[in-house]
Design a protein around this ligand. Structure first.
Ligand SMILES: [Zn+2]
Ligand SMILES: [Zn+2]
Length: 60
């Protein structure tokens, strides 16, 4: 049994751990919808770019 279901809670832009950030946002990838994008409050405010690891979509 491999417990690989837990999604890593790190910001996709700056890789910061989101456990101490209560204003982070998460949403499914707008293109493929197969990955969940996590962004910290800072990157959300700055509109930092993110890249979907699955389909390569670059947003905000
Ligand atoms: Zn961030
Ligand atoms: Zn995607």
């Amino acid at each position: 049994m491999v417990g690989d279901v837990l999604v890593q809670m790190v910001c996709i832009s700056c890789k910061r751990n989101l456990l101490g950030d209560n204003k982070f946002t998460s949403f499914p990838c707008p293109k493929c919808g197969e990955t969940v994008i996590f962004r910290c409050s800072k990157c959300k405010t700055l509109s930092n770019e993110y890249t979907c690891e699955k389909c390569g979509f670059i947003g905000p």
